[in-house]
Every structure is written in C-alpha cells, then in structure tokens.
Design a protein around this ligand. Structure first.
Ligand code: CP
Length: 315
C-alpha cells in the first residue's frame, strides 16, 4: 500500500493499513542503518526545517539524523534564538520558512493543534513531533515498531500504560495506534491522572497497579508531566513512586516476558527504578534506535515513496 497523506498530524486519522505500511517501510530503513554506508538519496534536493518550540532530546536528534540519512538539506530552528522572542507569530515564522522553499516542516509545540494549523496555511508537508497533550505520532509508531519486532505481532497483546495519562500526548497516540492494531489496552495511575473517560477510547481503566501489570505483555511507563499540569494532581513525588512506581517487588509480579518501555525522558526512582530502566527487560534504548528508522520511513512515504523498501541503493 502506498501513502496518500500529505502530512503526519496524528495517529487518530490513520487507518491500520497506513500504520502497518510505516512499520514495514521502517523495517527496510532499519536494515539500511546496518549497512556500511547508511545514507540513501531519497530526499536529495529537499529542504526540511525542524521547528522545535518546546524542548526535546530524542525526537529532535532522531529527526535530524533521519533527514541527513535521506540526504535532505536540514535547517534546525531554535525558538530561543529566533524572532519568536520579538513577538513574531507561529504563522509568520512558518510563512517565512515557506518563502525559503522548505519542503517539510517538523514541528514540536506546547499548543495542541499547532501542526494542524500549519498544515492549513503552508504548502509544505507538516509532521507533528509532539503538540501539547494532544499527540506524538512518531513516538507511537516507533513504540509499535518495537513491540512488533520483539513480540512478532501486536494483535491480542495486553499493553498497560502506567503513569500520567491525562497530560500525555504519547499515551493518546499509543492508544490510537495499538487499539487500531488489535492490542488490549489497560491504563493505570492516580485517579486524577487516569480518569474513567479514557474508557471511551476502548481502554480498560484501573487504579490498582498490581491489577494493571500482572497480565501485561508490555508495560509502558510515563513520567509525570509537571510542565503541563496546572495544579497538584497527587500529594508528592515520593507517594507517587511508592504507589505507582515500577520497582523490584512489582516487577516480580509481572509475566516473565513482559517488556518495559518508556518514551523518555525517564525520572529514575519515580516511575521506574534505575535497575529496571537499565535491566534486561527494558527496551527503552531500542525504542530510540527504532525511532530513527521510523522517522526515515515517515519522511520517505510523505515524499511519495512507495511501500516497503526494495532495491534502495546507497547515495
Ligand atoms: N520521547 C520524546 O519525545 O522525547 P524528547 O522530548 O526528548 O523528544
């Protein structure tokens, strides 16, 4: 199946077949990344602007490397050193980037809907690299890729997402992606951060951590997103760690093959004990590795590339 979408704004609007096409294409790009020469000419002559108006380590670096591996010309836009500081709007900033003939805008913004807004005012392809508490589509795609690679399939798996669901764009994108691919989702955390309304997205909601993790094939942990919370949602970080953190005793209650995932950044000793983050069940750094292949696949498909890679030669 080839992709017909111009932008990647969210997972909600993707069909399961489109998600699978990204995952299959990413598998080819992961193989390209294991060659001696890792660069291919798929985006030669194209200009990509990374417009990050909110902090990022993994997503920004991963997109930048993906674009370089595809031979694109890459511009990294830093909000701190830009005319945002002088009051220029997002729309005017983006129109200036378009006036320089940017072909792709990769945007991270604290406002939900910022990528959708740009997609309406620009001719360039727009990729959402995380918008407020709304969605983080490439994170969900790399998570799905990692699960499928490790477990062989996603359909029928029990996936638990544990932590601050309410303020998490990663949770929303993962819920959309994994339910479309046939997983059974359980959400867990303090009742203030995991309201029952999430049942409307086809998830089971529980506030009992042992109930949430005992039958899980995948335990996906989330940090507390203090930057988006407008009031205290639970008494203290210490209490959160005690009641919901994944520690050695809780890990012993899980299935032996259950994988531990986290989108990062991790807060060691809060949602996850350090030994578990670095332990053999953790695939946290594999997620980062896979993110590169997934982002190459997304850029390739949005540029009109067809299906799983075959015969893609080096530059
Ligand atoms: N997972 C994730 O989005 O990490 P960054 O905020 O570092 O990009």
């Amino acid at each position: 199946m080839s992709w017909t979408k111009k932008h990647l704004l969210d997972i909600e609007s993707l069909a399961a077949e489109e998600i699978v096409t990204v995952l299959d294409t990413a598998r080819g790009f992961k193989a390209v990344g294991q060659r001696a020469i890792k660069k291919v000419p798929a985006l030669r002559g194209k200009t990509v602007v990374n417009l990050f108006v909110e902090p990022s380590t993994r997503t920004r670096i991963s997109f930048e490397l993906a674009e370089q591996r595809l031979s694109a010309d890459v511009i990294n836009f830093s909000a701190e050193a830009s005319s945002f500081k002088k009051g220029e709007t997002l729309k005017d900033t983006a129109l200036n980037l378009q006036a320089l003939n940017a072909d792709f805008i990769v945007i991270r913004h604290s406002a939900s809907g910022a990528p959708h807004f740009l997609s309406r005012v620009l001719g360039a392809h727009v990729i959402n690299a995380g918008d407020g508490a709304h969605e983080h589509p490439t994170q969900a795609l790399l998570d799905a890729f990692t699960i499928r690679e490790r477990k062989g399939t996603i359909e029928g798996l029990n996936v638990t997402i544990l932590g601050d669901i309410l303020y998490s764009r990663v949770a929303r994108s993962n819920i959309w992606a994994l339910t479309k691919l046939g997983a059974r989702l359980t959400l867990c955390g303090p009742s203030t951060l995991v309201p029952k309304v999430f049942e409307q997205m086809g998830c089971r909601v529980t506030h009992d951590v042992n109930d949430a993790i005992s039958a899980a094939d995948i335990i996906h942990l989330l940090r507390i997103q203090h930057e988006r919370q407008r009031k205290a949602m639970f008494p203290s970080i210490g209490e959160y760690a005690q009641l919901f953190g994944l520690n050695k005793a809780r890990l012993a209650q899980t299935k032996p093959g259950a994988l531990i995932m986290h989108p990062g950044p991790i807060n060691r000793g809060v949602e996850i004990d350090s030994q578990i983050a670095d332990g053999e069940r953790s695939v946290i750094l594999e997620q980062v590795t896979n993110g590169l292949a997934v982002r190459m696949a997304v850029l390739f498909l949005l540029n009109g590339g067809k299906g799983p890679l075959e015969g893609m030669t080096n530059d």
